[in-house]
Design a protein around this ligand. Sequence first.
Ligand code: ZN
Length: 218
Amino acid sequence: MKFTNLTRQTEIGANSYYLEMGRHRLLLDCGMHPKNTGEDALPNFKAIGDREVEAILMSHAHQDHIGMLPLAMRRFPGAQIFMTEATAEVGSVLLHNSVNVMTRQREELGEMSYPLFTHREIDRASKRWRRCPPRQRISIAGERAAEREKDTLTFEFFDAGHVLGSTGALLRAEGQTVFYSGDVNFDDQTIMQAAVFPEEKIDVLILECTRGDHAIRR
Ligand SMILES: [Zn+2]
């Protein structure tokens, strides 16, 4: 197994992670830094050279997790893109808004590479997104996977309780399990229920830790 952090900063940033499990390669999230501009706002794709990925999994529709998905789709044209229905709906609105923001920044900041993608590109890209229900084991090729299939990489989305449609992803391949939490909330909120994560044994946990050093107040 190989895990490469493509996020440039150790703070909230352009979250993106490259993961190799057996012969499978995938990307977890592809965000845009909410404050930086230009190259500094992008995940560091150089860290994985010319490696291809089979699939891109989106945990939720926040700018710092989905904001550069159109660029990732350009770089990995053969990759399947997976997310929940709600993430797809909110995500496409967010990306269209991002084009407007970048167009404004081109004038205000003189960032001549902006906008990095267009409204038309988002419309085309979003048609390729595979909308997946939570709690269903799906193969990286996009098919419902039988529980006994051992060699294929499968994923299963679990409700992360963070925003509408947010998920953590349980990945299984070659007898190993990896759980990627995405952003997570373990408390009930007014309009969101707390995360419901798997309780089975996990070999590798990739965990959001934005407030990891804060004591929980109950
Ligand atoms: Zn978030």
